[in-house]
Design a protein around this ligand. Structure first.
Ligand SMILES: NC(=O)c1ccc[n+]([C@@H]2O[C@H](COP(=O)([O-])OP(=O)(O)OC[C@H]3O[C@@H](n4cnc5c(N)ncnc54)[C@H](OP(=O)(O)O)[C@@H]3O)[C@@H](O)[C@H]2O)c1
Length: 321
């Protein structure tokens, strides 16, 4: 099969489209013919080996796996002997490392594709939408009627977060740059703040929950906009710390927040079958919809990763396999 492969950490230039062995179906797996994939910052980190912390898992000197990618959507080609509930031809989506390939053998994290979504749309969902869901629901304890601010509302995670927060009954303020204001409004945000024009921490408004996807504000700034019992949930942050990346900033804010009544939470999302099922229901009910800025052929995946690495993609970047 064809796959995007790399044998050393580096920029997207180290990626090549090559013929590699097609995975065999595992007893507990489902072999999927990938029709579309999407790229996430986690793929950028795995590709570049930055921050260095990622190498603990991905391989210290060189990548342990030559394959890249996580999000996929496609059709089931073969089903492992101990797997129930799937048959060849089923349309599915999920998460599995090595998704920038013609085939993946998905194990636990694969579910039926939402009937109303194309493969491209379904491939845009897993990592970004699960991160938004787990950040708002599990870490943020979002409740209907909460005032929620989403900083970084126009990227992969942010475009889902605005819609999920609205679907859960919150009043949503989206923070993004000028070119994405209309997109944020179209996703249902009650208020949109263009961060190039206005500092959202200095307008006197306060929130029950801030989902910080951009992760670029100090604790003094965040505290100013949080209710006394409010919560700040970090999803992302600046890439500047070469050792631990965004974690450096998040821990600094967490420590600064400790004497107060407000909660600061840091988390790493875990894509699960259960949460993909929750999202499928929201997608099929039309309550959320993926935003896709650009589509690329598999051979142009390096271009997609380059654009993603600039940090200003609108919604998701999808790879057609
Ligand atoms: N904790 C986890 O498990 C987890 C899971 C997924 C992602 N993440 C992290 O979350 C972050 C975002 O992921 P993503 O998939 O949404 O990335 P993305 O698709 O690249 O989106 C990044 C967004 O950040 C916005 N942005 C850039 N500078 C900003 C600023 N100064 N203020 C507000 N927004 C700004 C951009 O919007 P504009 O173009 O409008 O500026 C862009 O839309 C990354 O750091 C990623 O590593 C963490």
């Amino acid at each position: 099969m064809k796959a995007m492969v790399y044998d050393r950490y580096g920029s997207p230039d180290v990626l090549t489209l090559r013929e590699v062995e097609k995975p065999a179906v595992a007893d507990d797996g489902v072999l999927v013919r990938v029709r579309a994939a999407s790229v996430n910052p986690v793929d950028w980190h795995t590709l570049t080996g930055t921050p260095y912390m990622v190498r603990v898992q991905a391989g210290l000197r060189e990548p342990k796996s030559e394959l890249l990618g996580v999000d996929f959507a496609g059709t089931v080609e073969d089903v492992g002997s101990s797997v129930n509930g799937f048959q060849p031809g089923d349309e599915v989506f999920g998460a599995r490392s090595g998704a920038l390939s013609e085939y993946v053998c998905a194990r636990k994290v694969v579910v039926a594709k939402p009937a109303n979504l194309t493969f491209e749309e379904a491939a845009a969902v897993p990592v970004a939408a699960v991160s938004a869901l787990q950040g708002l629901r599990d870490k943020g304890g979002i409740q209907s009627g909460h005032r929620v601010l989403i900083n970084g509302a126009s990227g992969g995670v942010g475009t889902f977060a605005v819609q999920i927060a609205k679907a859960l009954g919150a009043e949503v303020t989206a923070v993004c740059s000028t070119r994405n204001v209309e997109t944020a409004q179209s996703l249902g945000a009650d208020d949109v703040i263009d961060y190039t024009q206005e500092d959202f921490t200095r307008n006197g408004r306060r929130y029950d929950l801030m989902l910080d996807i951009a992760g670029n504000r100090s604790w003094t700034d965040c505290k100013r906009i949080l209710e006394d019992n409010g919560t700040l949930v970090f999803v992302g942050g600046p890439k500047t710390n070469p050792l631990v990346g965004p974690l450096g900033h998040c821990v600094k804010v967490l420590v600064a927040s400790l004497p107060g009544s407000r909660d600061v939470k840091i988390f790493i999302a875990r894509v699960t079958k259960e949460d993909l099922t929750v999202l499928r229901e929201l997608l099929e009910a039309g309550k959320i919809k993926p935003v896709i800025e650009k589509r690329y052929d598999l051979s142009d995946a390096p271009e997609a990763l380059r654009y993603l690495g600039e940090g200003h993609a609108r919604g998701k970047l999808v790879i057609i396999v």
